[in-house]
Ligand binder design. Structure first.
Ligand code: CUK
Ligand code: CUA
Length: 642
């Protein structure tokens, strides 16, 4: 491969750096210019009591969570805890939800979430689940759009930096988990400098059942490049998955320079249907693995962890026609597939151009064995024979592309801080609008499916600077909403986002709203320590463990006075909310408890542990204002000496 012209490379590098922190790039102009629609306020205004047209599920980045927004208003509707403990509801603190955060490394109470993706049926978003990846301690979560709660988390063994995840195939057959950092496979103690040729980049395919349950189907033993982002094929290319790679140099130090030497890295095209068939026929080898699989059960209201110990490892070279490399300039980041499934867009982040590959040309090139070489015995396709076209003068630093379903694509350019609209097939640039500042991902509801709902576009920006009132050195990140229904994009709204929103997934509210759960039925509560009426409440001592079966209903706890507890006891408060009305949770907070409160939904049971250290009479109370007598909703625990 040709070496990148070093002057151009250094220029790009310095642009990348100034775009991140510099004061002088176009990012600091507060101009909103022609892009701003004159009647923008009207178009984002959702009157009191009215609902938004779309849900947007925005990743919380280093908050580890997922936030839910309404579009076009930009109002935040909910934060859903996923990979991080969340004191607001007790997620990850209550005994029932702690197992959700178990991993093979033990209890990991934090995560870095990047890419949400909505489940699909026949290539369309279906509003059943949102999947989201955790980058740091590789995991994939499934969130129910009936309960808006995290129901399942599966750890990805042998992975490091689970970044090119969690994208789903068009009938939610698979959710994929790629590996950003190449690592020894399996892990072992070895010199870092021996990385090249000895590290691997396993890609994991997780089968999703009709009930949403995830199961690791196979793991593809790929060369030790960095696998950055991915997208499934759709339509004709359904059955394939595409992954961008960088650091095909396999550099292990100073990667900002050493991983950018090659003029082209690859998009790996993986025919998962072929591999699936190979595995069904007994192909692949069983390999030791250690991973946690955490499932939350809505009848017992309790999560359980099981540890996995094997995965099926597949050597791609043993499956004829399974994996090919498409050379793509320069250090591609995003890898996006258009709604027809024909075009695969490689966003070379050190490039000014966008490279678009053609799926049908790729198939022909494979048939004709039009290869220019091999990388670790995997065929490299001739660049010219898969190239569909190039979008020129798009901007600087292309990262991600989405589609409107009307033949147009929209690409973010990080360095030049803009969103560029271009036409599929002719590759001409149709419009460009600045985005404040340093835009990363963008999202069009359904923009990841065969049928995008191309009315709005949300850009998620890395730098906030002067967009809002200053809040000290740390500012929340910022998103911008554009109307893309006309020929030109129109900026409508800025709104702050929580954590670092990498990606988002959107869906029309109609597809979700009707199925949203209102309560948990008390008569279906199978929690082992539930008291489903006040006459079932009790206190049971087992040695130093004291189990309190407690209930809440407007506006008292039962029991509300507890005696017979001693310093040194371990008190389990199992609190059942007897309410059967929508939106009437009760809270439970105990003085001095070194955990969080509980927030208990109607019909649910939750448990918190309290270990009293001091004698006395100690209060507890309801934290959620539930009635005019909420302030009376309280009780006492008498703690005696040993
Ligand atoms: S990455 Cu953040 S801007 Cu994790 Cu999808 Cu491209
Ligand atoms: Cu129950 Cu406030």
């Amino acid at each position: 491969m040709k070496k990148l012209n070093s002057i151009l490379f250094l220029t790009m590098l310095s642009l990348l750096i100034t775009a991140c922190g510099g004061e002088n790039n176009n990012g600091t102009d507060k101009a909103t210019g022609g892009a701003m629609a004159s009647n923008a306020a009207e178009r984002v205004y959702v009157a009191p009591g009215e609902h938004d047209e779309f849900y947007a599920f925005i990743s919380g980045g280093y908050s580890g969570n997922l936030t839910v927004y309404g579009l076009p208003s930009g109002r935040m509707l909910k934060e859903i805890p996923v990979f991080s403990q969340f004191p607001t509801s007790g997620y990850g603190y209550s005994e029932e939800t702690k197992p959700m955060l178990m991993t093979s490394h033990g209890f990991v109470p934090w995560g870095d979430s990047h890419h949400p993706d909505i489940s699909q049926t026949n290539g369309e978003t279906d509003g059943r689940w949102v999947f989201i990846n955790e980058n740091n301690t590789p995991r994939i979560a499934r969130i129910s759009l009936e309960t808006f709660e995290t129901e399942e988390i599966i750890e990805i063994p042998h992975s490091a930096g689970n970044h090119s995840s969690s994208f789903v195939t068009e009938n939610t057959e698979y959710v994929v988990a790629g590996t950003r950092f190449s690592v020894p496979y399996p892990q072992k103690d070895m010199p870092i400098e021996d990385m090249k040729g000895n590290f691997k980049g396993p890609l994991t395919f997780i089968a999703v059942g009709d009930d949403g349950r995830m199961k690791i189907d196979f793991q593809l033993d790929m060369p030790g490049f960095n696998y950055d982002l991915s997208h499934p094929g759709r339509g004709d290319s359904h059955g394939w998955f595409f992954f961008t790679t960088y650091n095909t140099e396999e550099a292990h130090t100073m990667q900002e320079v050493n991983a950018s030497q090659n003029d082209k890295d690859f998009i790996a095209a993986v025919n998962w249907k072929k591999i699936q068939e190979y595995v069904r026929n007994g192909g692949g080898e069983q390999m030791d693995a250690e991973y946690a699989h955490n499932v939350y059960d809505h009848s017992t209201h309790t999560a359980t962890t099981t540890m996995g110990n094997k995965v099926t490892r597949v050597d791609p070279r043993k499956v004829e026609g399974a994996v090919f490399f498409m050379p793509t300039p320069k250090s591609p980041h995003g890898c996006d597939v258009d709604p027809s499934g024909e075009y695969i867009v490689g966003n070379g982040k050190l490039s000014t151009d966008l490279t678009v590959h053609s799926f049908s040309k790729m198939l022909k090139a494979i048939e004709n064995k039009d290869f220019t070489g091999e990388a670790y015995d995997i065929p490299i396709l001739n660049f010219d024979s898969t190239l569909a076209g190039t979008v020129k003068e798009g901007g600087l630093g292309p990262l991600h592309t989405e589609f409107d379903g009307k033949g147009n694509a929209y690409t973010t350019f990080f360095i030049s801080s803009e969103v560029v609209k271009w036409k599929l097939g002719t590759w001409e640039v149709l419009d460009r609008q600045p985005s404040y500042y340093s835009v990363g991902h963008l999202m069009i509801p359904g923009g990841n499916s065969r049928n995008p709902e191309g009315k709005y576009l949300v850009s998620m920006n890395k730098i906030t600077k002067d967009r809002y009132l200053p809040t000290g050195p740390e500012l929340e990140h910022s998103a911008q909403l554009y109307d893309i229904s006309g020929e030109k994009m129109e900026l409508l709204l800025d709104f702050p986002t929580h954590g670092e929103p990498h990606y988002a997934a959107g869906i029309s509210a109609e597809k979700v709203k009707a199925n949203s759960r209102k309560i948990y039925r008390l008569d279906e509560n199978k929690h082992a320590f539930a008291a489903t009426s006040e006459d079932q409440t009790k206190m049971v001592r087992e040695g130093n463990n004291v189990h309190v079966y407690m209930t809440t209903v407007r506006s008292h706890f039962s029991p509300d006075n507890l005696e017979g507890i001693k310093v040194g006891d371990k008190v389990f408060f199992h609190v059942t909310n007897l309410e059967q009305d929508f939106d009437v949770p009760h809270g439970f907070a105990m003085i001095g408890a070194n955990t969080s409160e509980l927030l208990i939904m109607p019909g649910q049971t939750k448990t918190v542990i309290w270990e009293p250290k001091k004698e006395g009479v100690w209060p507890f109370y309801c934290t959620d204002f539930c009635s005019a007598l909420h302030q009376e909703m309280q009780g006492y625990v008498r703690v005696s000496g040993k």
